[in-house]
Design a protein around this ligand. Structure first.
Ligand code: F6P
Length: 360
């Protein structure tokens, strides 16, 4: 059996733990040959692969990033203006691969689905700090990102408290607010602004004023995809001819300028950026990435292709790629952590948002 492994999309913590789990499980239990595909789909397009031995996969469990390299700009269906999917399928056959394990987020799974329709045997493994993949309760990378943002909030709190300031922290997460919500709750934020629930600036001002009367400082967490009611997301850059054409970012600074005009307090904004994606994975992410990687190897061994490994009701299972492709999962009012945040009086910049259990 010859099995390729690729990592696609943005890097995150736990990718190497997942590569290690897929490769070691298949090497030890199926005597498979493992082929590492370089830089995500770019390696399939540009014919860049190399064998992965057991030794290559040792000592990488706690390493951040990906030993295979990755890209969030290379799609076989549109690469430098060309559809290279036929070339990619020919290369897959030439390599005599029985399957490819694709570790990635929604973008990678959407491409994987299209390639599976062309006949490639694929098993998907979900990763992303954004935690926005459909059908799965969790993706690895998320736990570490939340831990990093929570640590940053603990640090910002001391300055907020000492200087009586409003401290804004902008998180990543694209169009989903999972990182902001979870870190906001873990870090005791007073205001959390999420892409899923457009905010009213007056309400953010009110929440900070209320805090000023009580604790004299406020902690505001804003997801990069958050936007005011009737307004647009803040875009840092647009990139032509890219499968990932919009780079979000900058809402923290915009909010700082707006709040400074309205509040009798100093306001500071911090954007953590790629710090959220880097460095060593938490123990939870290492274990979860190991479990999903091993489960993907099980699916390959059983020749169950066209599937993505997912966590449902805290158990690993799999769903067809089709159910995950071209979609994403946002925060809803039914979410447990959202419910707790609302019950505890955290402002989301919209007074109509209420914990459904307390609505009379
Ligand atoms: O999807 C992961 C992520 O880190 C998002 O949270 C963020 O918007 C985006 O990738 C940043 O992409 P890039 O690394 O290309 O700047």
């Amino acid at each position: 059996m010859r099995v390729g492994i690729l990592t696609g999309g943005g890097d995150c913590q736990g990718l190497n733990a997942a590569i290690r789990a897929v490769a070691k499980s298949l090497l030890l239990n199926c005597q498979a040959e493992i082929i590492g595909i370089e830089d995500g789909f770019a390696g399939l397009i540009e014919r860049r692969v190399s064998p992965l031995s057991y030794a290559d996969c040792s000592g990488i469990l706690s390493l951040g990033g990906t030993i295979l390299g990755t890209s969030n700009k290379a799609s076989p269906f549109s690469y430098k203006g060309e559809d290279c999917s036929a070339q990619v399928m020919a290369y897959y056959k030439e390599l005599q691969l029985d399957a490819v394990v694709m570790i990635g987020g929604d973008g990678t799974m959407s491409i994987a689905y299209e390639l599976s329709k062309l006949g490639m045997n694929i098993v998907g493994v979900p990763k992303t700090i954004d935690n926005d993949l459909m059908c799965t309760e969790r993706t690895f990378g998320f736990d570490t990102a939340v831990a990093i943002v929570t640590d940053a909030l603990d640090r910002l709190r001391t300055t907020g408290h000492s200087h009586k300031r409003v401290m804004i922290l902008e998180t990543m997460g694209r169009y989903a607010g999972w990182i902001a919500l979870h870190a906001g709750v873990a870090g005791g934020a007073d205001v959390i602004l999420l892409p899923e629930f457009p905010y009213d600036l007056d309400e953010v001002v009110k929440a900070c004023q209320l805090r000023a009367g009580e604790q004299h400082y406020s902690i505001v967490v804003v997801a990069e995809g958050a936007k005011p009611k009737g307004g647009q997301t803040t875009v840092q850059q647009t990139i032509a001819n890219s499968p990932d054409p919009v780079r979000l970012g900058g809402i923290g600074e915009v909010l700082k300028q707006q709040l400074e005009l309205r509040l009798n307090a100093e306001v500071r904004a911090t954007a953590l950026g790629h710090i959220q994606r880097g460095g060593t994975p938490t123990a939870n992410d290492r274990i979860f990435a190991t479990n999903v990687g091993r489960h993907a190897a099980d699916l390959v061994a059983r020749k169950q292709f066209g599937q993505v490994v997912v966590l449902q009701q805290n158990c690993l299972t799999s769903v067809p790629l089709e159910q995950v492709a071209n979609q994403s999962k946002g925060v809803s009012l039914a979410d447990m952590t959202m419910n707790s945040a609302l019950a505890l009086g955290i402002s989301f910049g919209d007074p109509s948002l209420k914990n459904p259990h307390y609505i009379k």
